[in-house]
Ligand binder design. Structure first.
Ligand code: ADP
Ligand code: MG
Length: 612
């Protein structure tokens, strides 16, 4: 039945092609038979078809309908279908995977990316590289999304996920070449993927979520391939302390919001000068020179109301007839401003952190009372400050009481590089902390910040879900072995798909070996034979260029990172494989309106020329 259906469809699409008409695939056979029936049904069929397309208004056909030419597609719309479309998509996705493969692992290389304005980014982070690459091809964009999802969900394993998705597609291309239908491959991959997740859970090792030593090891592995590799002991320690500080116990589990860790970066000094602050670091200076710059045992008023006389929302005109009236106005204003300072001082606060502005007069009165103040603080920082100091954000000054004040051992303005920053330190049991990243140049600091993000995320991952797996490609090699055994129980094309999935997983150890300058084929053979002989922790040690038991080298990764990588790689590969028709609207001449982009920036392609 299926064959008959496809034969009819191909016949139909030939006709469409020759007339230049484009009709939704799912609707195509139905329209074909209606075409045979009568013209009125054909028109309704075509209209229905057109509405099924997202690009309906952009489609054009030269087909004669009722003796008249009906225009459904806009000029310049292109279509690539069948094998050609599939191959185009897969190859575009493979280019993406291939481009970041060399950056994987501790021996991975960095990429230098220059944007349209000439700004340079140097990075080893998969998500950052792909984000900066400004990818145009729609299928390639899906690979970029894989990295983004991985980054958003678990924070690490972005390169792994993209490389794996690429390899799944590569293997699928081979199977398509053997005349296996893509939907069968997708089904086979999805079944193998589920099995892999099952095995992965079994391979996981339970750890203690507050074991600093273990968390440190995981953070060090996340930092191993990054710019911070040389300083990984120092930075991993900071990451572990920061995450444990903001972790909140919820029954038997921990909750961690990574946003409670503020990362501030300032070029200058060296990476070893990176520090953890038990409190909040505000990139603001003290507002008045007469104010203290160093206060111990601080009581902090956290205000989000302006300390100014607010302007009325309507225009009013006042006629002043003598200087006394003027003076009384000014006196009144001063009284209001003084009143504000009184209210603050009455609570015993000696530090004011304000989200809005602070009037010059208020600054002066605060300074006279030895109160330190900073203004125009970001809302996110205000929230962190409240969490760190245990204070409350107060919206109306009249409501400010002693109990609203936050506490910190030290509030101090310090010069960092060329800027002055305010440190709120030594908070008791802070639920928000800050990390100040330092480094030789701006680019170094930027990349260090990204690496630190990975380290914080992996520690968070393990604190939240305390299960880990062995890294260095050992887990992937073991999964591959288990899936091969599983595939033996299957038959026919399912077996081929499961085997392809199993082989695709080996791309991770192979890439680690390749990047370390090892012979990847020999390494893979050695790895396979060791796994056959039940040495499941054997992986690649890129540092010493050896195939060895990597658990002895304490190469561990969070289970959730691997789970997410398998899931997102499988889903992306499945999605790309299921596409067999690409209908792309032409870009409008003004460049507005979007639509899948053209191959060349100037859009100089001929009408109807394939894009993919
Ligand atoms: N010291 C090490 N020895 C062996 N493998 C390592 C080591 N450090 C990191 N890896 C491996 O490198 C891979 C991660 O590389 P990385 O460049 O961070 O890419 P990703 O973006 O996927 O995290 C993981 O498979 C991890 O197990
Ligand atoms: Mg990593």
């Amino acid at each position: 039945m299926n064959k008959h259906f496809w034969d009819r469809y191909h016949e139909y699409s030939q006709i469409c092609h020759s007339t230049g008409s484009l009709i939704s695939l799912s609707y195509a056979p139905c329209v074909f038979w209606r075409l045979m029936a009568n013209t009125s049904t054909l028109i309704s069929g075509l209209l229905c078809c057109a509405s099924r397309f997202v690009l309906a208004e952009a489609l054009r056909t030269t087909a004669k309908i009722g003796g008249q030419t009906a225009i459904i597609l806009r000029e310049g719309t292109s279509r690539t279908q069948g094998r050609e479309g599939q191959r185009g998509n897969i190859e575009a996705a493979l280019v993406i995977a291939e481009s970041i493969r060399s950056s994987m692992g501790p021996r991975g290389m960095d990429k230098m990316l220059v944007d349209g304005f000439g700004d340079v980014t140097i990075s080893n982070d998969g998500a950052t590289i792909l984000d900066e690459m400004d990818v145009q091809h729609p299928a390639a964009k899906m690979m970029v999304e894989v990295a983004k999802t991985q980054d958003d969900e678990v924070g690490d394993g972005t390169t792994t996920a993209v490389v794996l998705a690429g390899e799944l597609l590569k293997k699928a291309l081979e199977l398509i070449g053997k005349d296996i239908h893509p939907t069968l491959i997708v089904d086979g991959y999805s079944a193998a993927g589920e099995k892999a997740l099952e095995y992965l859970e079994k391979l996981a090792i339970k750890v203690n979520p507050s074991d600093k030593n273990m968390l440190g090891k995981i953070a060090k592995i996340a930092l191993a391939s990054k710019i911070l590799a040389e300083h990984k002991v120092h930075v991993a320690d900071i990451a572990v302390k920061a995450v444990l500080e903001v972790a909140e116990k919820d029954g038997n589990h921990y909750r961690v919001d990574i946003d409670d860790i503020k990362v501030e970066k300032k070029p200058g000094g060296s990476l070893t000068d990176t520090i953890l602050i038990q409190g909040v670091l505000l990139d603001k200076e003290v507002v008045h020179p007469g104010m203290p710059k160093h206060l111990t045992n601080a009581r902090v008023a956290i205000l989000n109301c302006p300390l100014e006389v607010e302007k009325t929302e309507f225009d009013a005109k006042l006629n002043i007839e003598n200087p006394d009236q003027m003076k009384s106005f000014l006196d009144e204003e001063e009284k209001i401003l003084k009143g504000m300072v009184e209210k603050i001082a009455k609570t015993g606060a000696n530090v004011v952190v304000c989200e809005k502005g602070i009037d010059d007069a208020v600054q002066h009165f605060l300074a006279r009372r030895n109160i330190l103040a900073v203004r125009r603080v970001k809302q996110s920082d205000m929230e962190k400050l409240a969490k760190a100091t245990g204070g409350k954000i107060v919206t109306n000054l009249d409501d400010l009481t002693k109990t609203d004040l936050g506490e910190a051992k030290l509030v101090e303005e310090r010069k960092v590089s060329d800027d002055k920053m305010t440190f709120v330190e030594g908070c008791k049991n802070p639920k928000a902390v800050s990390i100040l990243v330092r480094g030789g140049t701006e680019r170094v600091v930027d990349e260090a910040e990204r690496a630190l993000h990975d380290a914080l995320c992996v520690v968070r991952d393990v604190v939240v879900d305390p299960r880990i797996v062995v890294g260095g490609g050992a887990t992937e090699a073991e999964l591959s072995r288990l899936l091969r055994i599983y595939s033996q129980k299957l038959s026919g094309k399912d077996q081929l798909a499961a085997q392809a999935y199993a082989e695709a997983l080996e791309i991770i150890p192979m890439t680690l070996a390749e990047n370390a300058g090892m012979d990847s084929v020999n390494s893979l053979m050695e790895l396979r034979s060791k796994h056959q002989s039940k040495q499941r922790n054997v992986g690649i040690d890129p540092i010493n260029a050896k195939v060895t038991d990597v658990s002895r080298l304490e190469v561990y990764e969070p289970l959730v990172v691997k789970v997410q990588a398998l899931k997102s790689a499988g889903e992306a590969a499945g999605m790309i494989l299921k596409i067999d028709d690409i209908i792309a609207a032409s870009r409008s001449k003004e460049g507005a309106g979007g639509g899948p982009p053209r191959g060349s920036e100037d859009g100089a392609k001929e009408e109807g020329e394939g894009e993919f």
